[in-house]
Ligand binder design. Structure first.
Ligand code: CIR
Length: 256
């Protein structure tokens, strides 16, 4: 179960955030703020305490806090973003993490190693890490060595299609996993009960489990139904403005 969630208010500069889909247009900042509030309320209804950080105008993508840290039951790992414009964002989360973890339980990805939290999927005490454009081999090696120190395990997942690992796969606990695209038949995820997301609904693979409820992006009725049929209560949240920046429900928070 998660007790806490950290989010960061989007900056007005989010309109300059990184995107692979400029054809969707720039986000509407006002609407993005409203959607962020709705997201926070949805999380609160799952029984978590939400810590909301101030906006940071220096980093257009800083509302996507998931990428700058990985928070486990045993330790916190501050990452090292692979995207140039996001380098430094990780420093701005440290003070907040210190409120939840003792200093000797806070670890760091260092040097030329890169890793973004969107590439890390927690399944109990095991962490799958996508080898993506943002997360390199060295990043994964450092990450797995840190996990080992705490009795946790990790493994690299080969991928080429998605921005981050969790752009295309989500663990819903109880052995249930949402999978799409290259992850549908991925050997690493063979043993899970797979809920397959159709190509056209791919964006909804980025749904999140929070204390036995699942937050699903608005507009994906088929995904919603499939998750309900698996026994979960679904909360629909509109993330249209974040989608324009390749961001979704998981990217917008750290859940621990
Ligand atoms: C980026 O490209 O870094 C942001 N525009 C989107 C980050 C999405 N984060 C995530 O999937 N964890």
């Amino acid at each position: 179960m998660f007790k806490n969630v950290i989010v960061r208010k989007p900056s007005k500069n989010m309109v300059e955030g990184i995107t692979s889909a400029p054809e969707l247009g720039k986000p509407d900042y006002k609407l993005a703020l409203k959607q962020h509030e709705d997201y926070i309320n949805a999380l609160k209804s799952c029984g978590v305490e939400v810590t909301k950080l101030e906006e940071d105008d220096r980093y257009p993508d800083s509302c996507f806090v998931e990428d700058v840290a990985v928070l486990t039951r045993k330790c916190a790992i501050i990452t090292n973003p692979g995207a140039l414009s996001r380098k430094g964002e990780e420093k701005e989360i440290i003070e907040t993490i210190k409120k939840f973890y003792k200093e000797d339980k806070i670890e760091y990805i260092k040097g030329s190693a890169t890793l973004e939290g969107g590439d890390v999927m927690m399944v109990g005490d095991h962490f799958y890490v996508g080898l993506s454009d943002r997360t390199n081999k060295e990043g994964i090696n450092q990450f797995i060595s840190i996990l080992k120190k705490y009795g946790l395990t990790g493994s690299a997942v080969e991928m080429k299609e998605f921005l981050h690992l969790k752009t295309g796969v989500a663990y819903l606990e109880n052995n249930n996993m949402l999978v799409s695209g290259e992850f549908v038949d991925h050997p690493d995820f063979k043993k899970y009960n797979k809920i397959v997301i159709d190509e056209e609904d791919q964006y909804s693979a980025n749904s999140i489990w929070v204390n036995d409820k699942v937050l699903v992006p608005k507009g994906y009725e088929k995904t919603k139904k499939a998750i309900e049929n698996a026994g979960y209560e679904v909360i629909v949240v509109d993330t249209s403005e974040y989608r324009k920046l390749d961001g979704g429900l998981s990217c917008l928070s750290l859940r621990f």
